[in-house]
Write a protein that binds this ligand. Structure first.
Ligand code: FES
Length: 322
C-alpha cells in the first residue's frame, strides 16, 4: 500500500535556509513504523533526508520527533495508525530545540539543562567499604523515572519552554527527582533550594503535555509536583510558587471557591508594588470583558463540605507519610 508523508525539511547550507514541507509517496508494509517509512524514503527516494536513529526498538531515544503534531518515538509509532483518517502523516523535528537538519534536533540545550540539575549521586560522610547500598523499598518509587531514555519528547512538547527557554523543562526536573528521591543522596536541601528558584519546579503550568508525550510512561509532570511537595516540606516556601499554592489552598478551604483578587495579593504581597503594577493590565482586561472577580467574596452555601474534604485529604497525607 502507498503512504503519504509530509516531512518538514531544513537545510542550513541552502542559499535560503528556511524550513519547508516536502511530500513523499512511498510503498509500505502494514507493519511499518514511521521510522521504517522514513528510512525507506531515504534509501529509495531521497538520500538527502536527514534523521537520527539507532536501536529501532524504543531504547536509545534518538528517533524522537513530532508526528502529526505530537512528539513521540518514530520507531515505536505505527504508520497505519498515524495515517488513519488523514490525507498525509506529518513529520517534523522535535520542538523547543534548534534544528540541525531536517528531522535532526540539536540536543545541546537539552543536555545542558540535565547537567544543571547535577544528575549524579552526592552522598556525604565516609565512603562505604563496598557499594552505596539502598533498601529496595526505598528505591521502588524511582523505578519508573529511572526508565527515562532521554529522548527529549517531553521537552519537545513542553508549553512552558515555548514561551520561556530558560525553564529547566520536564526531562531535567524528572532527573532531579530521581536524585532527590534517592535515599543515598544527601544533597536534597541544596537541590531543592536551587530547584525552587526561577526556571525551576514552580514554572511548570501542569498542562500535562509532557505526560502525553513521554514514550516510557515517566510522567515528568508528576515528578515535578512531587518535587514541589518535597521543597515545601523542606521549608523552601519563600517564593511566589509556594505562596500561590498555600494561598490557593487556604482560600478554597475557607470559602469553597477561589477568590482571584486575594490570591494575587497573597501570592505577591500587597507591598510588592512592581508585581501589583504588573498585574494591572490583566485586571483591566478582565474588567473590560466583564470577568473581574467580585471585590467582596462570598463563600458557597455548603462550604463546610469542602472543608471536610480538605480534612480528609490532610489525614490521608499524614497516613502516607507514616
Ligand atoms: S531508534 Fe532508538 S528509540 Fe527509536
Amino acid at each position: 500500500m502507498e503512504a503519504i508523508l509530509k516531512v518538514k525539511r531544513f537545510n542550513p547550507e541552502a542559499a535560503k535556509p528556511e524550513p519547508y514541507w516536502q511530500e513523499y509517496r512511498v510503498e509500505v508494509e502494514p507493519h511499518f513504523t514511521v521510522l521504517d517509512a522514513l528510512i525507506k524514503i531515504r534509501e529509495e527516494k531521497d538520500e538527502t533526508l536527514s534523521l537520527r536513529c539507532s536501536c529501532r526498538s524504543a531504547i536509545c531515544g534518538s528517533c524522537a520527533m513530532r508526528i502529526n503534531g505530537h512528539a513521540t518515538l518514530a520507531c515505536k509509532t505505527k504508520l497505519s495508525e498515524m495515517a488513519r483518517g488523514r490525507p498525509a502523516v506529518t513529520v517534523e523535528p522535535a520542538g523547543n530545540m534548534p534544528t540541525i537538519k531536517d528531522l535532526v534536533a540539536d540536543m545541546t540545550p537539552f543536555w545542558s539543562k540535565v547537567m544543571a540539575v547535577e544528575p549524579w549521586l552526592q552522598p556525604r560522610g565516609p565512603e562505604p567499604q563496598g557499594e552505596y547500598l539502598a533498601p529496595a523499598d526505598a528505591m521502588q518509587h524511582l523505578v519508573g523515572v529511572m526508565a527515562c531514555i532521554m529522548c527529549g519528547a517531553c521537552v519537545s512538547d513542553c508549553t512552558v519552554l515555548e514561551i520561556d527557554p530558560n525553564f529547566l523543562g520536564p526531562a531535567a526536573l524528572a532527573k532531579a527527582y530521581r536524585f532527590v528521591g534517592d535515599p543515598r543522596d544527601q544533597a536534597d536541601a541544596e537541590r531543592l533550594q536551587a530547584l525552587s528558584r526561577y526556571s525551576g519546579i514552580w514554572d511548570c503550568t501542569r498542562c500535562n503535555e509532557c505526560v502525553q508525550a513521554c514514550p516510557k510512561g515517566i510522567a515528568p509532570m508528576d515528578r515535578i509536583m512531587a518535587l514541589r511537595d518535597r521543597a515545601m516540606d523542606a521549608g523552601f516556601r519563600n517564593n511566589t510558587g509556594s505562596r500561590h499554592t498555600e494561598a490557593f489552598e487556604e482560600i478554597v478551604e475557607h470559602s469553597g471557591r477561589l477568590d482571584e483578587l486575594r490570591l494575587a495579593i497573597k501570592t505577591f504581597g500587597m507591598m510588592n508594588v512592581p508585581a501589583m503594577l504588573g498585574l494591572a493590565p490583566v485586571g483591566l482586561r478582565a474588567l473590560m470583558r466583564g470577568k473581574m472577580p467580585p471585590i467582596f467574596h462570598k463563600p458557597i452555601p455548603n462550604a463546610q463540605a469542602v472543608q471536610k474534604l480538605f480534612k480528609k485529604v490532610e489525614e490521608a497525607q499524614k497516613g502516607d507519610r507514616k
